[in-house]
Design a protein around this ligand. Structure first.
Ligand code: ZN
Length: 294
């Protein structure tokens, strides 16, 4: 199915490796969550973006008692037939067109810290992305200033932590905003080398993946609140183990993907529409004179 206009929605779940191997959300059979449309494709200024779904969450499940429309896209909008780092920009341009105000980004991650183990659920508080995405959505250098502060919404992170603590297995941990974790970025798709792990750890990051940072930046650029829904599949120690040891822990994804996916649905239903956070104001207009007086 192909269409040219994206429907209005305040909420979005950008799926990722945390949801690989299941149909999100159909396979969860979550009460009160319906798939209105699937296999949607939308045009963007940078080409089509595929594998979108429109979900509806029943008012009996939402924070404000109102029916909630949620947009969701398969695995960061990554195409199936090539590596394409621009996919994030197409996704967030569509979220902007839809009027999305709150975004959950799902992913898995590698630990940069001995204390953060595989199967732990990690909500980041800051981003370490030294070059930032080259695929910015800002119209120019002269229209907006985008702050690097509070890239993760405190309201959304608190809701995510509550949702995770209610469902995550008790033999693993949930790291919420109080842990002040820092997420680093590498584009991938190759997994991070031992030397790179040592470097990112030295720089102060606690875990790393291929998607979270550019998505946080793009959420700021569209003035939306952002939080991640992620868990650790690669333990810090695994990066330094002999080559025959798989960095990605055995069975972690298959064990945790259903629970993580359900947490994303519960959190997106529980967000307050008007959460009183500063996120939207952290993208601010520059004076017209910056572009006009030249
Ligand atoms: Zn916010």
């Amino acid at each position: 199915m192909s269409t040219r206009s994206i429907p209005p929605a305040e909420f979005a779940v950008v799926c990722g490796s945390a949801n690989w191997g299941l149909r999100f959300p159909e396979d969860l059979e979550e009460p009160g969550v319906a798939v209105v449309a699937r296999d949607l494709e939308f045009d963007t200024p940078w080409g089509p973006s595929r594998d979108w779904k429109i979900l509806e969450i029943d008012g009996s499940k939402t924070a404000d008692g109102q029916k909630r429309t949620v947009l969701t896209v398969f695995s960061h909008g990554w195409p199936l037939d090539r590596i394409d780092h621009e996919a994030n920009r197409r996704v967030f341009w569509l979220l902007q067109e839809a009027g999305v105000r709150k975004v959950i980004a799902c992913s898995t991650a590698g630990s940069l810290n001995r204390a953060i183990q595989e199967r732990d659920f990690v909500i980041t508080s800051d981003i370490l992305e030294l070059t930032q995405t080259q695929h910015s959505l800002l119209p120019s250098r002269f229209r907006y200033d985008c702050s690097g502060k509070q890239l993760v919404c405190p309201h959304c992170a608190a809701v995510m932590e509550r949702s995770a603590k209610a469902l995550w297995p008790t033999d693993a941990r949930v790291f919420g905003p109080r842990a002040q974790l820092v997420a680093a970025h590498a584009w991938g798709p190759r997994l991070t080398s031992p030397a790179e792990i040592t470097a990112y750890r030295t720089l102060g990051a606690d875990f790393i993946n291929h998607s979270l940072a550019p998505e946080a930046t793009l959420a700021r650029e569209i003035g939306a609140c952002f939080v991640n829904c992620a868990f650790i599949t690669a333990a810090f120690q695994n990066y330094f183990a002999p080559p025959e040891v798989n960095v990605l822990g055995e069975g972690v994804l298959s064990d945790m993907k259903f629970t993580a996916s359900r947490i994303a649905l519960h959190a997106i239903a529980a967000f307050e529409s008007d959460s009183g956070c500063l996120c939207a104001s952290l993208r601010s207009l520059q004076p017209d004179s910056h572009a006009e007086r030249r």
